[in-house]
Design a protein around this ligand. Structure first.
Ligand code: FES
Ligand code: FES
Length: 164
């Protein structure tokens, strides 16, 4: 099949390319733009390693075809770091020793930022639920939840009242 021309906003820069119709967004972004933060993990939507943000929402790069990026606003962790959007989250992860391996950390940060942006209240259970699509197979989530909770407080989110 012939490559399809696409044009989109990548980490704030307008780009264009010609992509094979069956190429996945994760492979395209990693190979064509050398963006290494989104990782190829399970390749079937289960682990969250390939998390990217499209039009403000996190999605699985392994389930999305590159041609579907046409006309969209696409962000990877590199972009979020460059603008300073997640500087407080990075600092909190560092302080709490919540940085884990290169495979899971990018997706964890992307999902954590989405939780903080879309929530008006926070709870440890809520953080865990929002991160439940991001797998780590080797250690725990406690330090990550601590780091996100800290940023929730400093960004002024109210703690959710316990209902049970
Ligand atoms: S590589 Fe996409 S969800 Fe695992
Ligand atoms: S998968 Fe990254 S530390 Fe476990």
């Amino acid at each position: 099949m012939n490559p399809k021309p696409i044009r989109f906003l990548l980490n704030g820069v307008e780009v264009q390319a010609a992509v094979e119709p069956r190429l996945h967004a994760i492979d395209f972004l990693r190979e064509h733009y050398e963006l290494s933060s989104p990782r190829v993990g399970c390749e079937h939507g289960a682990c969250g390693a390939c998390t990217i943000r499209v039009d403000g929402q996190i999605v699985r790069g392994c389930l999305l075809l590159a041609v579907r990026l046409d006309g969209r606003k696409v962000e990877t962790l590199e972009g979020l770091c460059a603008t300073g959007e997640i500087a407080d989250l990075q600092q909190a992860f560092h302080e709490r020793n919540a940085m884990q391996c290169g495979y899971c950390t990018s997706g964890m940060l992307m999902a954590s930022e989405e939780y903080l942006q879309t929530s008006t209240t926070w709870s440890r259970e809520g953080i865990r639920e929002h991160l439940s699509g991001n797998y780590c197979r080797c250690t725990g989530y406690e330090a990550i939840v601590d780091a996100v909770a800290k940023v929730a407080v400093t960004r002024g989110l109210k703690m959710q009242e316990h209902t049970s």
